[in-house]
Ligand binder design. Structure first.
Ligand SMILES: Cc1cc2nc3c(=O)[nH]c(=O)nc-3n(C[C@H](O)[C@H](O)[C@H](O)COP(=O)(O)OP(=O)(O)OC[C@H]3O[C@@H](n4cnc5c(N)ncnc54)[C@H](O)[C@@H]3O)c2cc1C
Length: 429
């Protein structure tokens, strides 16, 4: 049996950030990852907001090889019906200059890059090592079990991602609830040279992100499409309860989604390079479990740190920041010879002051807005029907705009329902 200062479970973004921070403080750190190397098991749409990583590695985009793909300057949100797309299309040149707002990333590049930083700082990586459980003495976590081995540590940082199997087994958080669990699938699609730039009007290293609502067979959730250097990342995140209620399968929704005439044009001639899937904890702040206990800290998606506002999908910047703070607090606890619950509670305190829990608190009721089934078929229909009337011209009489609006929702939703939904959304948002 060996003893280390810190054992980190999972070499995703939260885990590698924690290992990097603790190793930099001079601690003996083990970074245990079940995959053969970092980035082989992680799934992300791939839009990374720059600020979190920038705290540890200012100007990380200048590194060679670069851990990022394209600087996102064009953000599009679209409401889809089977043949239409009504979009808000926002281009901002200031997002394309340092320090940048966001980058598209591929986890197969970003994760090994960050884990290598942790290793260079002194952390010892152990890949292909699945952590099977936590070692305990009384209520205190004192290490991990992996295969036949046991490793003791003063502090265990659990950064195992959204399945959170280890911490659920250990009773550190409740079982997942299908109403607040999202199922994510993602494909990486290669396009012929030059096609990406032509189809998305890209120049240099600028990129586009598109998120969509609607055309998911009525299932609650949405889709994303991001431009990488020479590939596209395409995927869906759908609510598990809603998938079951609609009795449809994830891959069927994805395959149909790819046939949408607007989406199809963007994917035409593409080659499927990667296909992956993963769960996402979507409940927001109310689903965040206790973040620490005697001898352990919970970071990243394992702690349910994820936020979807339709405009932004955030998990990676939360993972990086929570991992960084976990590494910092673990180092302080080891130096103080005090891995007690009371000492480690400073982790949650710091997270509360950081953007992670501040932003989750601001948007704590957000998931309620997305529980409205009308958002996924009725409202895209009303919006596109209004725009169709506004743009379509023939010889027949034309209505004024308010008459068009009435005609668009007539027979679909009463003014009372529209007003109530709008009022609820305004109050929640
Ligand atoms: C389809 C999809 C799209 C998304 N899009 C975005 C987006 O565009 N932007 C964004 O910011 N966020 C996005 N997210 C969320 C984001 O991917 C996660 O929040 C983020 O990856 C969490 O990072 P993490 O390090 O906490 O966990 P993960 O990235 O899941 O890393 C966990 C690591 O732990 C390892 N591990 C797990 N169990 C064990 C074990 N028992 N022993 C050893 N190792 C173990 C795993 O192999 C993995 O390497 C998306 C998620 C999905 C599913």
């Amino acid at each position: 049996m060996e003893k280390f200062d810190v054992v980190v479970v999972g070499a995703g973004l939260a885990g590698s950030a924690a290992a990097y921070q603790a190793a930099r403080a001079g601690l003996q750190v083990i970074l245990a990852e079940r995959g053969p190397k970092p980035g082989t098991k992680t799934v992300s749409g791939g839009l990374l907001y720059t600020h979190g990583l920038g705290k540890m590695f200012p100007e990380f985009w200048k590194e060679d090889p670069s851990p990022v793909e394209r600087a996102i300057t064009r953000n599009v949100v679209s409401f889809l019906t089977p043949t239409q797309a009504a979009s808000l299309d926002f281009y901002d040149a200031s997002f394309g200059v340092p320090p940048y707002n966001s980058f598209s990333v591929l986890r197969s590049r970003l994760d090994p890059w960050l884990a290598a930083k942790a290793e260079a700082a002194g952390a010892v990586p152990v890949y292909g090592a699945k952590v099977d459980g936590l070692l305990r003495e009384g209520d205190r976590v004192v290490g991990i079990r992996s295969g036949g081995d046991e490793l003791r540590a003063d502090v265990v940082v659990d950064a195992e991602g959204s399945n959170a199997w280890t911490s659920r087994q250990a009773g550190q958080q409740p079982e997942a609830d299908n109403a607040t669990v999202g199922v994510g699938v993602k494909q990486v699609i290669g396009l012929p040279p030059g096609e990406l730039e032509r189809r998305f009007q890209l120049r240099g290293s600028e990129g586009t992100q598109i998120t969509t609502v609607g055309f998911t067979q009525g299932v609650e959730g949405g889709a994303f499409l991001y431009t990488n250097r020479d590939t596209l990342s395409l995927g869906l995140i759908l609510n598990m309860r809603s998938l079951v209620q609609h009795n449809v399968r994830m891959f069927e929704v994805l395959e149909e989604f790819k046939q949408h005439p607007w989406i199809q044009k963007l994917l035409d001639g593409g080659t499927l390079l990667e296909y992956s899937g993963c769960f996402v904890t979507e409940g927001g702040l109310p689903r965040v479990p206790p973040l620490s206990g005697p001898g352990y800290l919970l970071a990243g998606a394992a702690a349910g740190l994820f936020l979807n506002t339709a405009f932004t999908l955030r998990g990676m910047d939360f993972a990086l920041e929570s991992g960084r703070i976990a590494g910092e607090v673990a180092a302080e606890a080891v130096r103080a010879h005090d891995p007690s619950a009371a000492f480690l509670a400073r982790y949650a305190e710091r997270l509360r002051k950081s953007f992670v829990l501040r932003h989750l608190t601001t948007y704590r009721n957000y998931s309620k807005v997305f529980e409205n089934p009308r958002l996924y078929s009725l409202y895209p229909e009303i919006l596109t029907s209004l725009l169709h009337r506004a743009y379509f011209v023939d010889g027949s009489d034309r209505d004024h705009l308010h008459a068009m609006l009435r005609a668009s929702h007539r027979g679909k939703a009463s003014l009372w329902t529209l007003g109530r939904d709008m009022w609820k959304a305004m109050r929640t948002l």
